[in-house]
Design a protein around this ligand. Structure first.
Ligand SMILES: NC(=O)c1ccc[n+]([C@@H]2O[C@H](COP(=O)([O-])OP(=O)(O)OC[C@H]3O[C@@H](n4cnc5c(N)ncnc54)[C@H](OP(=O)(O)O)[C@@H]3O)[C@@H](O)[C@H]2O)c1
Length: 341
């Protein structure tokens, strides 16, 4: 079977097609014919040897996110049958509850091989049934970006109808956050560097758009829009360059859902008393456990929500897909189709 793997130590160009024997499922495992995978910003970092990736050891199959069809099951697999459509969970060893050090070392596409291969053997416990109305590319986008946004809005964020949510940019996590918040009846402001992308976000249901390139006081603008004391939950994706404005936007007692570091991973520009004296909750978010993935899929099934897919590349254009995400031109998710390999 065909797989894509890192042939050298760093860079998108180091990803090349290799031949591997098709694996056999052992007890408790399923063999999945992959239909599609999706890219996340972290995959760009892993390609550079970052994100604590073991890519330096060569041969890592990239991408955490994938969906496909079960073609064979091992013994003791009761929840899936051959022919079932399935989606992979991000942490293969985090069933439920709070994170553990052990669980944090079970993410696909970094700690263990990822989804960019024709067939994957995956523990059945690390799979969920794909919502019927989704394509494999749409389902593949749920593994990391979808569940991260679900955790920030629902699992940890516990959004209530009428809440004011602020989400940053129009990438994968941010658009999922917008969609989940709207399903729950929240109000959503979204930022972008592009007015055209803001219009597309409004067509998806965003109540307010702010261009962070032309309005450096976008945090105050979001607070003014929210009314009352400000934003209930900021989906913080920017890091160094955004956290100060996010703290201006959030209401006393509100939440900063710390997810991403698109503009830098450290901060020396935050006045801690601003957090302390206003009872602001700093909530780290790392994707989520498998039971939350299953719950999210049920909500997607019930609401018939479709993830926003910008573009699907064929497997032999994997490097182009990476370059496209790196360009920042995308709106929502970028996927790779595997079943036409
Ligand atoms: N903690 C976790 O578990 C977890 C899970 C998933 C992702 N993440 C992190 O979350 C971040 C987003 O990931 P993603 O996969 O959704 O990325 P993505 O799809 O590549 O989204 C990138 C978009 O973010 C916007 N952006 C870039 N720099 C920005 C800035 N300085 N301020 C505001 N917006 C900015 C841009 O949108 P516009 O073009 O509209 O300006 C850009 O297109 C990354 O840092 C990623 O590592 C963390």
């Amino acid at each position: 079977m065909r797989a894509m793997a890192f042939a050298e130590t760093t860079g998108f160009d180091a990803i090349a097609a290799i031949d591997r024997p098709t694996p056999e499922p052992g007890p408790g495992e399923a063999l999945v014919k992959m239909g599609a995978a999706s890219l996340n910003y972290r995959d760009l970092l892993i390609a550079k040897g970052g994100y604590r990736s073991r890519q330096k050891q060569q041969g890592l199959v990239p991408l955490s996110d994938g969906a496909g069809t079960v073609t064979k099951i091992g013994t003791n697999v009761h929840q899936f049958n051959e022919g079932d459509r399935v989606t992979a969970c991000f942490f293969q060893d985090w069933p439920a509850g709070t994170a553990t050090e052990h669980a944090m070392e079970s993410d696909t596409g970094r700690a263990v091989d990822g989804m960019l291969q024709e067939y994957c053997v995956i523990p059945a416990s690390g799979l969920v049934h794909t919502p019927d109305h989704l394509s494999d590319a749409e389902a593949a986008s749920l593994t990391c970006a979808g569940l991260t946004a679900w955790s920030a809005i629902v699992r940890l964020g516990q959004a209530q109808p009428g809440d004011a949510i602020l989400t940053q940019g129009t990438g994968g996590v941010s658009l999922f956050a917008l969609q989940f918040a709207k399903i729950l009846g929240a109000r959503v402001a979204i930022t972008s560097s592009s007015d055209a992308k803001l219009e597309r976000a409004k067509a998806l249901g965003a109540d307010h758009g702010i261009n962070y390139s032309t309005n450096e006081k976008w945090g105050q603008a979001a607070k003014d829009w929210a009314g009352g004391d400000g934003i209930d939950n900021v989906i913080e994706l920017g890091g160094t360059e955004t956290i100060k404005q996010s703290l201006i936007a959030v209401r006393p007692g509100g939440t900063l859902s710390l997810i991403g570091v698109l503009s830098g991973a450290t901060t020396g520009n935050v006045l801690l008393p601003f957090i302390i004296s206003r009872d602001v909750r700093l909530q780290g978010v790392t994707v989520g456990p498998m039971d939350a993935m299953a719950q999210m899929c049920k909500a997607i099934e019930a609401s018939k929500m479709h993830p926003v897919i910008d573009k699907v590349f064929p497997l032999n254009e994997t490097i182009n897909a990476y370059q496209y995400v790196a360009s920042g031109a995308h709106f929502g998710k970028v996927c790779i189709s595997i079943d036409d390999a």
